[in-house]
Design a protein around this ligand. Structure first.
Ligand code: PMP
Length: 456
C-alpha cells in the first residue's frame, strides 16, 4: 500500500467514481444514512491518519471512524494479530478462549488499582448502544428500581433504551412512547448555562439542582436505578463536565446508594489522555461503558465493567449472539501492547496541547469562533453569531464542507450542529496536526466564516 503523508485533492470531491457509488447507495440504502451526506466520497482504502477515495483523493481523517480508530487505519501490528486469529477461531459466543481471557485481563488491568479487583466485565453485543442497554438493565436489576437520570445534551446511542436516555429531541420525536421513567437534568455546559447563569454568579448550581432533585420529597422523581453521565459530552458538542459538577454528582449518588454509570464509549481507551476520563476527575464510577476504541482499529466489541456488588444478574440475563468476536479480542490485546510500548497516551497529551493551541488561535480568524474546548484529542470549535450568540449551525456545516474540499475530514455536532468536532487518531503526528490546522485556519479566515458573508 502507498503510504500517504499529506492530504491531496486531485478531483474536487465527490469525484466521478464516488458519485456513482453514492448514487447507488442512495438508491439501495435507507434514508437514515448519515456521513456520506456531508462527506460525499466512496472510500477505496486507508492507512494511518489518511483515507483515499475511489477517485484518488487523499484526506486527513480527523473523524477516525467516529473516534474508533485510536491507532489509525489498519495499524500493521494489530492487523497481523487479527490475521493470525482469523486462521484460529473467529466466533465464540461467550465461551472462554485464550485470546478472550488475555483481552479481559488486559482491560481490567487498565483500570485504576482500586477498581481492578472490585469490578467484573460483561461483554455485550458489539456496539456502544448495546453496552448502554446492558448497563441500564444491570442497574435496574440490581436496585429493583426503575427510573434513570440522564443529562441534557447527552448521547448514548440509537437503540430504544439508549436513545431514551439521550438528549437529541429530533430523533426521538418520530418514535413515540420511548422508555418510561427517564428524567433529564442540566449538565455543566457553562457557555450556554441551562440555568441562565454566568460563571461569575454560578456556584455549580447544576450540581445543587441535581442534589435537590434527588433528595427532595417533592421533586416528583422516585429514587432512580442509575444516573448515566458522559464526562465529556461528545456528540453533544465536546463539552467537558466541570470537575466540581462531576465530584458532586458522584458524592450525591454514592451517599444515596444510586449507581453511577459513566458512558466512556467516546472518552474511553485513551481519548482524553488517561485510559478512562473518570481518572482525570478523580472519581470511581460503579459502571463503566466502553466500546469504540477498544480494538484500536475498528473491530466491533463492547463491554461494561461494573462493581461486583451489582452482579445480581441471573444466568442469561443479558445475552447476544455477537459477544465473542475473537478477532476483536486479538486486536484489542495487540492494540494495548502498541499503546503501552509507544506511550500513545503521552502522544495524546502532547498532540492535544498542540491541537488545542492551534484551534484557540482560530478565534483570531473570525468573531464567529465563539468557543474552543477539548481534552486530550477530543476537540470542538463552537460557532455562534457574535451579536446574538445564536448557534451558527449552517456555518459549522459550511466549514466542514470547506475543510473536506481542502482534504480534511471533520465532524459536526453539538447544539443544532454548531460545533466543528475533531477526533484524530491517538497516534496522530505533529506534522498531521499542522496540516489540519493549516486547512482550518484557511477555512475560518475565508469570508464564509470570517464574518463578512457569514449569514449563510
Ligand atoms: N455513547 C457515546 C458517548 C457515544 O458517543 C456513542 C456513539 N457516538 C454511543 C454511546 C453509541 O455507540 P454506538 O454507535 O456504537 O452504538
Amino acid at each position: 500500500m502507498t503510504p500517504f503523508d499529506a492530504p491531496s485533492i486531485r478531483t474536487p470531491p465527490p469525484g466521478p467514481l464516488s458519485q456513482e457509488y453514492l448514487a447507488r447507495q442512495e438508491r439501495y440504502e435507507s434514508n437514515a444514512r448519515t456521513y456520506p451526506r456531508y462527506l460525499p466520497i466512496a472510500v477505496r482504502r486507508a492507512q494511518g491518519s489518511y483515507v483515499e477515495d475511489v477517485d484518488g483523493n487523499v484526506f486527513l481523517d480527523f473523524l477516525a471512524g467516529a473516534g474508533v480508530l485510536s491507532l489509525g487505519h489498519n495499524h500493521p501490528e494489530v492487523v497481523a494479530a487479527v490475521r493470525a486469529q482469523l486462521a484460529r477461531y473467529v466466533h465464540g459466543l461467550d465461551f472462554p478462549t485464550p485470546v478472550k481471557d488475555a483481552f479481559t485481563a488486559a482491560q481490567l488491568g487498565m483500570l485504576p488499582p482500586v477498581l481492578r479487583d472490585a469490578m467484573k466485565v460483561h461483554f455485550c453485543g458489539p456496539t456502544g448502544a448495546n453496552a448502554v442497554e446492558a448497563a441500564i438493565k444491570l442497574c435496574k436489576s440490581a436496585t429493583g428500581r426503575g427510573d434513570i437520570i440522564a443529562f441534557h445534551g447527552g448521547f448514548h446511542g440509537s437503540t430504544a433504551g439508549a436513545m431514551a436516555v439521550s438528549g437529541d429531541v429530533g430523533v426521538k420525536q418520530p418514535v413515540n412512547n420511548g422508555l418510561p421513567g427517564v428524567h433529564f437534568l442540566p449538565y455543566s455546559y457553562c457557555r450556554r448555562c441551562p440555568l441562565g447563569l454566568t460563571p461569575q454568579e454560578c456556584d455549580t448550581n447544576c450540581a445543587a439542582y441535581f442534589e435537590h432533585v434527588l433528595t427532595s420529597s417533592q421533586s416528583g422523581i422516585p429514587k432512580p436505578a442509575a444516573v448515566i453521565l458522559e464526562l465529556v459530552q461528545g456528540e453533544g458538542g465536546v463539552i467537558p463536565a466541570t470537575p466540581e459538577f462531576v465530584r458532586r454528582v458522584r458524592k450525591t449518588t454514592r451517599d444515596l446508594d444510586i449507581p453511577l454509570i459513566v458512558d466512556e464509549v467516546q472518552t474511553g481507551c485513551g481519548r482524553t489522555g488517561t485510559w478512562y476520563a473518570f481518572e482525570r476527575y478523580g472519581i470511581e464510577p460503579d459502571v463503566i461503558v466502553a466500546s469504540k476504541a477498544l480494538t484500536g482499529i475498528g473491530l466491533p466489541v463492547a463491554l461494561i465493567c461494573y462493581a461486583r456488588a451489582l452482579d445480581g444478574w441471573a444466568p442469561g440475563a443479558h445475552t447476544g449472539t455477537f459477544r465473542g468476536n475473537q478477532l476483536a479480542f486479538a486486536a484489542g490485546v495487540a492494540a494495548l501492547e502498541v499503546i503501552r510500548r509507544d506511550d500513545v497516551l503521552a502522544n495524546v497529551l502532547a498532540r492535544g496541547a498542540q491541537l488545542g493551541a492551534g484551534l484557540t488561535a482560530l478565534r483570531e480568524c473570525s468573531p464567529w469562533v465563539a468557543d474552543v474546548r477539548g481534552v486530550g484529542l477530543m476537540w470542538g470549535v463552537e460557532l455562534a453569531d457574535p451579536q446574538t450568540g445564536a448557534p451558527a449551525a449552517a456555518l459549522a456545516r459550511a466549514a466542514q464542507t470547506a475543510a473536506f474540499r481542502a482534504g480534511l475530514v471533520v465532524e459536526v455536532g453539538g447544539l443544532d450542529g454548531c460545533v466543528v468536532r475533531l477526533l484524530p487518531p491517538l497516534t496522530v503526528t505533529a506534522t498531521e496536526i499542522g496540516q489540519a490546522l493549516a486547512i482550518l485556519t484557511k477555512v475560518m479566515s475565508e469570508p464564509l466564516v470570517a464574518g463578512r458573508a457569514a449569514r449563510v
